[in-house]
Design a protein around this ligand. Structure first.
Ligand SMILES: *Cc1c(COP(=O)(O)O)cnc(C)c1O
Length: 236
């Protein structure tokens, strides 16, 4: 496995997918999903051109921050399920929390951001496949969360994130990506507060990021295609 060439390959596939969809490659951000990777691997990825790292678990985030493993990265994002009792370890430590999916969590993040005197950028995560095992709010609950986010001065809503079902066949998730794009458009048009900047639609992983780009993703979260297969692990 050669990390640099994997990164170059994914970047060129992202550019090709963007151009094929009539979009500029500059519109799409590659977020490296760094879960289970070591400090050194993260440093190598950044040296090889990764600008945005996405962390899935609070414990790993905290350890990498302590080791200064993200030095040189433009942004660090939190992309995993976040429990309210752990918001202190994440708010103000990352540039974007992608995985906000309940009123309770929204308010907990707001309280902590208020304490720190900062505005925390977030995405709302949508369970677009309606899977019981997955985090994310239902599309029906989304307007209420958007409305609430707009009323919290220490929260800045930047867009939406989704993890569709594991695709059974190539192209199988395109309809979910298309539904997400429609939700993104609907919500952007309805935004009434002047704090939100809806510029991020985070969807697409190693198996389907090109399809996600074809359907309007502005950020793709890629792990395996950059770092190789992860050891099998329960509940990530
Ligand atoms: C691990 C992870 C990814 C990347 O998954 P791959 O299939 O390895 O590319 C994307 N998003 C989230 C939230 C993840 O936890």
């Amino acid at each position: 496995m050669d990390l640099s060439s994997n990164i170059a390959l994914v970047q060129s596939k992202i550019a090709a997918a963007a151009l094929a969809a009539g979009r500029s490659p500059a519109e799409i951000t590659l977020c490296a999903a760094t879960k289970v990777q070591s400090d050194d691997t993260i440093r190598q990825a950044i040296a090889a051109g990764i600008a945005v790292c996405g962390e899935n678990r609070v414990q790993e985030l905290t350890a990498h921050l302590a080791a200064d493993a993200y030095a040189g990265a433009r942004e660090v994002h939190f992309i995993g399920h976040l429990q309210t009792n752990k918001v202190k370890q994440v708010v103000g430590k990352v540039d974007l929390i992608q995985s906000v999916d309940s009123l309770h969590l929204l308010q907990a993040i707001h309280t902590q951001a208020d304490k720190l005197g900062i505005v925390q950028d977030i995405l709302l995560e949508v369970n677009i496949g309606g899977e019981e095992s997955k985090s994310g709010c239902s599309p029906e609950l989304l307007p209420e969360l958007v409305e609430q986010a707009g009323q919290l001065p220490h929260i800045r809503l930047r867009g939406l994130m989704a993890i569709p079902p594991i695709s059974a066949a190539p192209g199988a998730n395109r309809r979910y990506f298309a539904q997400m794009r429609q939700l993104f458009i609907d919500i952007t048009q309805k935004m009434s507060d002047n704090q939100s900047v809806m510029d991020c639609l985070s969807m697409g992983m190693s198996a389907d990021y090109e399809d996600a780009i074809a359907e309007g993703a502005t950020l793709v979260r890629v792990g395996t295609a950059l770092f190789g297969p992860r050891p099998p692990m329960a509940h990530r």
